[in-house]
Design a protein around this ligand. Structure first.
Ligand code: NDP
Length: 403
C-alpha cells in the first residue's frame, strides 16, 4: 500500500497532508483531490516549501461516485483518506468498494437533511468490505479517534473494566474574532445545537443542548465551563465497552460563543430547513457558514492551547480495587501553526488521520470489513502520537469525578 488519495482540502486535510509529506518513508506518493482545486494547490505549494515533497492535485465532487471511481483508477490509489465532510462518507465508501481500495475517515456519516450523525449507515457496509477483502477504518481524528484510543489504552494497561468515562474537550485558544468555529462551521453548529445525550445504565439519556455544564480546571488553559454534549465516539465506545455504567462527553465554550450561538439560533440562522429568498431556496445554516470566518483562516491569529482527554474509573488491572485515571494531550495553537500553517483543532485531527493511515499502510492495523478505531491495538498508535506532535500523559486521580 503505497499510494494514498486524500479527499478534501480544509484545515484537517492540510495538516494530514503536511504530516504525510514529513514521513515520506511511509507515504512515498500522496495525491490530493477536493471540490475546489485551488485549495489543493495551495496545500501542495505549502508542503513543497516546508518539506520539499511534491503532491499531485485534482478537482473532484466526491458525491459523484463514477467520477471518484475514475480518479481512483487513474491514480491507482491503494487507500482513500476521506477528510471532506461527513455527507461524502457513503459515496466515497461506494467508490472504494467499486475500485477495491481501502478507506479511512475522521467523522461518521450524516444525512444533509437531518442533523443526526450515527454509525449505522457505515456499519451496514461491513459485509461488503469483508467480502471484498478491504478495510474501512472509521473515526481516526481526535474525538472520535485519539479519545477512543486513549480509552482502549487505559483498558489495556490500567483498568480491567471501565465503570465511568468522561471525555473532556477543551479549546483554550483565542482567535481574536467575536464568533468563529474552529472546524467546518456547518458541521460544528449542527453538532453543538443537537440535544445532549449520554450513556447511562444501558440507555441514552437526552437533555436539551447546552444546558448541563460543569467547571473544570484544565492544565495549560485554566478553569473553563464544559457543556454536556452528544459526540459520536460515545456510540462506538459504549458498543465496545458494554460494561460501562456511564459515558459522557464535555466540550468547553466561552460565554461569547454561547451568546452569539443563542442569538443565531433564536433568529433561525442555524436552521437546516430550506427557506425561499429572492426566488431561490437557501439553507440558513449554509448561508451562515458562508459568511463566518473559514477555519483555515484562523491559524495565524489563534493563541493558546487545546487540552483534550479522558477520565476513566474502573477496576484496576492489578487487582488493587477501583482506580481513576486521566489521560490527555495538550497542544499549542502557535506551535501547530508554525509547523503546518494550521491551528491546533485542525492539527489535533489531521495528525491522528495521518497516524491511522500509517497504521493501515504499514500493516500494523489490518482487517477485512468496517472497523471503528476502538477495535485496533492502541499501542502502535499511541507511540506515533508521542513521536509526531501529540504527546500524551496519564496520571492517577484521587477518585472518580464529582460532576
Ligand atoms: P473544511 O470545511 O475546512 O474542509 C472540508 C473540505 O472538504 C473542503 O476543502 C471542501 O471543499 C471539501 N468538500 C466538501 N464537499 C466536497 C465534495 N462534495 N467533494 C469533494 N470535496 C468536498 O473542514 P475541516 O477540514 O475542518 O474538517 C474536515 C473533516 O474533519 C470534517 O468531516 C469534520 O467533521 C472532521 N473533523 C473531525 C474531527 C475529529 O476529531 N474526529 C475534528 C474536526 C473535524 P471546498 O473547499 O470546495 O468547500
Amino acid at each position: 500500500m503505497s499510494k494514498v488519495l486524500v479527499i478534501g482540502a480544509g484545515g484537517v486535510s492540510s495538516v494530514c497532508v503536511h504530516k504525510m509529506a514529513m514521513n515520506s518513508e511511509i507515504f512515498p506518493e500522496i495525491h490530493l483531490a477536493s471540490r475546489t482545486r485551488s485549495k489543493c494547490d495551495a496545500i501542495a505549494a505549502s508542503v513543497k516549501t516546508r518539506t520539499g515533497q511534491s503532491i499531485e492535485t485534482y478537482e473532484i465532487d466526491a458525491e459523484e461516485v463514477p467520477a471518484m471511481v475514475n480518479l481512483i483508477k487513474k491514480i491507482g490509489a491503494d487507500l482513500v483518506v476521506n477528510l471532506a465532510l461527513p455527507y461524502q462518507d457513503l459515496p466515497i465508501m461506494d467508490a472504494c468498494l467499486e475500485t477495491g481500495v481501502h478507506y479511512i475517515d475522521t467523522a461518521n456519516y450524516e444525512p444533509k437533511d437531518e442533523a443526526k450523525f450515527e454509525y449505522k449507515w457505515q456499519w451496514a457496509y461491513h459485509d461488503r468490505f469483508k467480502e471484498a477483502g478491504l478495510m474501512a477504518l472509521l473515526g481516526s481524528g481526535f474525538d472520535p479517534g485519539v479519545t477512543s484510543v486513549f480509552t482502549m489504552w487505559l483498558k489495556k494497561h490500567k483498568l480491567k473494566t471501565i465503570r465511568t468515562l468522561d471525555i473532556l474537550d477543551c479549546n483554550g485558544g483565542d482567535h481574536g474574532q467575536a464568533f468563529a468555529t474552529n472546524f467546518n462551521p456547518e458541521i460544528n453548529i449542527r453538532e453543538v445545537t443537537a440535544p445532549a445525550r449520554h450513556w447511562e445504565n444501558g440507555e441514552w439519556v437526552e437533555t436539551p443542548a447546552m444546558q448541563v455544564k460543569t467547571e473544570f480546571d484544565f492544565e495549560a488553559v485554566g478553569p473553563k465551563n464544559a457543556y454536556l454534549m452528544y459526540h459520536e465516539e460515545l456510540e462506538s465506545l459504549s458498543k465496545f465497552n458494554p460494561e460501562m455504567e456511564r459515558a459522557r462527553f464535555w466540550m468547553t465554550f466561552g460565554d461569547e460563543y454561547i451568546k452569539h450561538l443563542t442569538v443565531l439560533q433564536n433568529v433561525g440562522m442555524t436552521s437546516i430547513e430550506p427557506v425561499r429568498y429572492q426566488g431561490k431556496e437557501i439553507i440558513p445554516l449554509q448561508f451562515l457558514a458562508a459568511v463566518l470566518p473559514k477555519p483555515e483562516s484562523l491559524g495565524e491569529t489563534t493563541k493558546g492551547n487545546t487540552n483534550i482527554g479522558c477520565i476513566a474509573t474502573g477496576e484496576a488491572l492489578d487487582g488493587s480495587g477501583e482506580k481513576t485515571f486521566y489521560i490527555n494531550n495538550i497542544c499549542s495553537h502557535e506551535a501547530a501553526y508554525e509547523e503546518t500553517g494550521n491551528q491546533a483543532v485542525s492539527y489535533t485531527t489531521g495528525v491522528p488521520a495521518m497516524i491511522g493511515t500509517a497504521m493501515m499502510v504499514t500493516g500494523k492495523w489490518s482487517g477485512k470489513g468496517v472497523f471503528n478505531i476502538e477495535e485496533m491495538d492502541p499501542d502502535p498508535f499511541m507511540d506515533m502520537l508521542n513521536a509526531h506532535g501529540l504527546p500524551w500523559q496519564v496520571k492517577e486521580l484521587d477518585g472518580p469525578v464529582q460532576f
